[in-house]
Design a protein around this ligand. Structure first.
Ligand SMILES: [Fe+2]
Ligand SMILES: [Fe+2]
Length: 305
């Protein structure tokens, strides 16, 4: 049903060539350098927030960067569970598919370990108390209660988006911390195969789906977008509290609200509309169901306004 130019075997071959070890990328005890911003401006909060000075803006950017990596580790919890399920469903079937799915699951578990190592180092080195979303396994259960097609749609969205972040926003930005950039380069190297495997798995499910199941999947996908948006708002509120502690400033309510709104708008653009409007993702949705693709476009516009 989807127009795909790759297969499981080519994904395994590519994944074997780029595999790396956590300790080579971030040896235990690595100390973080807080002299530069971590996240490119295109992926950070929306506003300049004129009431913050240059140092405070850099601190907010670093808080944002730490939360960005934590959010990846957070969603990888359910992706790991889904890929393990899909590998199990292939038992005694296509061994190339089993290898691709098991490698995929192993890579996500490794990425989580790497990102949590970073979050721990940030907590240790920042000099102030941090706050990031927790309870990834509870959220994973909610995601996995939705239609399997919707779950694969969200996964494809996230994996295509991850690659686009690196290629479009991070790779050529020489203003950010080189270590942060390197971490995302190593992530991208392995993620490049994930979106392909997602598309192969989605295609497998679509071949067996009725029109009613496809319509239900689009509704579930939009429900999951709304659920993720709620989590992003919670992270934005955490960021405002962390910034207050880091800068030892008590923000008046309008300033605090401006920080939360700016952070939330940035997270929305980075994690939601960046994926929903990605040309490759949009093309897949159009192939699956044009009316559903139009609903997703409409929701992306609402999230931007
Ligand atoms: Fe990953
Ligand atoms: Fe991935």
């Amino acid at each position: 049903m989807l127009d795909l130019s790759f297969d499981y075997e080519s994904c395994v071959r590519a994944s074997e060539k780029v595999a790396w070890a956590i300790d080579d990328v971030m040896p235990p005890g690595t100390r973080l350098d807080f002299t530069r911003p971590f996240l490119p401006r295109t992926l950070a909060g929306r506003d300049e927030l004129a009431f913050l000075n240059g140092r405070e803006r850099r601190v907010l950017n670093q808080i944002n960067g730490n939360a960005y990596l934590n959010l990846f580790a957070f969603v990888e919890e359910y992706i790991l569970a889904v890929m393990t399920q899909h590998a199990h469903a292939e038992l005694f079937g296509d061994h190339d598919a089993i290898r691709a799915l098991l490698r995929f699951a192993d890579e996500e578990a490794k990425h989580q370990k790497l990102f949590y190592r970073y979050v721990d180092a940030f907590r240790r080195d920042a000099g102030y108390d941090t706050e990031v979303l927790e309870g990834a396994s509870d959220v994973a259960s909610v995601v996995m209660s939705k239609s399997p097609i919707a779950v694969m749609m969200v996964t494809l969205h996230l994996e295509i988006m991850t690659q686009a972040h690196y290629v479009e926003c991070i790779r050529d930005d020489d203003t950010i911390d080189p270590f942060f950039s390197k971490l995302l380069r190593m992530h991208w190297l392995e993620e490049s195969q994930h979106a392909r495997i997602d598309a192969l798995e989605l295609d497998k499910l679509l071949r067996l789906a009725s029109p009613a199941q496809i319509e239900e999947a689009f509704a579930d996908y939009l429900d999951l977008v709304a659920a993720i948006d709620g989590l992003l708002r919670t992270q934005a509120e955490m960021d405002a509290r962390v910034l207050s502690r880091a800068t030892e400033r008590t923000f008046a309510a309008p300033e605090r609200d401006a920080i939360v709104d700016s952070q939330h708008a940035g997270y929305r653009r980075t994690f939601l509309t960046f994926g929903m409007t990605n040309p490759m993702f949009a093309r897949h949705l159009e192939t699956i169901w044009p009316a559903g693709a139009a609903r997703v476009r409409g929701r992306a516009v609402e999230l931007t306004s």
